[in-house]
Design a binder for this molecule. Structure first.
Ligand SMILES: Nc1ncnc2c1ncn2[C@@H]1O[C@H](COP(=O)(O)OP(=O)(O)OP(=O)(O)O)[C@@H](O)[C@H]1O
Length: 356
């Protein structure tokens, strides 16, 4: 009797000081992070920063230049050792969906189940088709499915053998924005339902925000910050993270107390001590909704452009210092470009960096 392969769940994957590159030149430097049971992580960064290279190293396709990768305490990669990719119990989904065109949808999903007893494999295929919302599609061929449906099948195929970890390299970037918006939360639900740990690569922060529990923000081969989507947006630790994540401006300011800075918009107070000495010149991060239109304020700016967003206007406003910042106003406050409006700052937490 053929037995079902045991289902193993990832407890933790750990990268410690991992450097990877090509032909002796380093592309990813000293990357360290952990992914725990059932967690969805995301490597987020601009094109060319080394996200795919790091993912390929985890999959076992690139040799490390330094550091190590462990899964559940077992070393899978060091500079002198690389466990065979097939033995890592890692599934992969790529941007180019690459379903086998000559196989039916059921055969595509069952591709990694050759070691399973026939009946169990059929059950698993039927279960996954239902999970991805495509029951009844088993006898169809990939070309007869839409891009979003094909990507669901690619996911089902990758998770069918119950890998310990799923790696996804820009899996949604070939899909249009509307489809992506629908598919991303669905895929998150499917992975959570399967208690599958996963690592997603993307340069799209909205995708990272909707998919990930933990985001690893990368630039030029270096991980700048690890945190929840909320943390990397509201508590960026480096100037790069502050400017890469979300919209915002850096407002020049001077420290004037433990939780206060002075700026062209007056004294701005935060709710936490910022740790900078008095009189330090800093750049304060201002998000679009931190500056509100306020007729009663003594501080004013001149509107240089405006965007109507339905429920609100997003103005670009020039301050007397010459600095241009965002200003948020309810859609009842329809002002013209060139008009002067009052502004007030509403910030909880001061995020700032020494002036460059
Ligand atoms: N096989 C290779 N040989 C040599 N250099 C490579 C190879 N693959 C990638 N690189 C280089 O490594 C750097 C990082 O590439 P990588 O694909 O990891 O970045 P990425 O962040 O995933 O980018 P993107 O979002 O555009 O896919 C780039 O400068 C790229 O040109």
């Amino acid at each position: 009797m053929t037995l079902l392969p045991p289902h193993e769940v990832l407890k933790v994957m750990t990268l410690t000081n991992v450097s990877v590159g090509y032909s002796g030149s380093v592309v990813v430097e000293n990357a360290s992070f952990q992914l725990s049971e059932g967690q969805i992580g995301c490597l987020l960064g601009p094109s060319g920063c080394g996200k795919s290279t790091l993912l390929r190293a985890i999959a076992g396709f690139e040799i490390l230049m330094s550091g190590d990768i462990k899964m559940d305490g077992k070393v899978i990669s060091t500079p002198s050792y690389g466990m065979n990719p097939e033995h890592r119990k890692i599934g992969m989904v790529f941007q180019d969906i690459a379903l086998f065109p000559h196989l039916t949808i059921a055969q595509n999903i069952a591709f990694g189940l050759s070691a399973w007893p026939k009946e169990s494999a059929e059950e698993r295929v039927a279960y996954l088709l239902e999970l991805v919302g495509l029951s009844g599609f088993q006898m169809r061929y990939p070309h007869s499915l839409s891009g979003g449906q094909q990507q669901r099948i690619a996911l089902a195929r990758a998770i069918a053998p119950k890998p310990k970890l799923l790696l996804m390299d820009e899996p949604f970037s070939g899909l249009d924005a509307k489809l992506r918006e629908e598919l991303v939360p669905d895929i998150r639900k499917i992975l959570q339902h399967e208690k599958m740990s996963a690592l997603l690569v993307t340069h799209d922060q909205m995708e990272a925000f909707s998919m990930a529990d933990q985001v690893f923000v990368m630039d030029a081969g270096v991980i700048h910050q690890t945190g929840s989507p909320y943390q990397i947006y509201h508590e960026p630790e480096t100037r790069f993270v502050a400017s890469f994540i979300g919209h915002g401006d850096f407002l020049p300011a001077t420290v004037c107390g433990a939780n206060c800075v002075h700026s062209a918009l007056g004294n701005i107070h935060g709710d936490l001590d910022h740790g900078f000495a008095d009189d330090t010149k800093v750049d304060l991060l201002i998000r679009p909704d931190d500056i509100l239109h306020d007729d009663d304020s003594e501080f004013v700016g001149v509107i240089v452009s405006k965007l109507f967003r339905g429920s609100h206007f997003l103005y670009r406003v020039k301050l007397s210092s010459g600095k241009v910042v965002y200003c948020f106003a309810s859609s009842h406050h329809d002002h013209a470009v060139g008009q002067e409006i009052g502004l007030s700052v509403h910030l909880d937490h001061l995020v700032m960096f020494p002036r460059e």
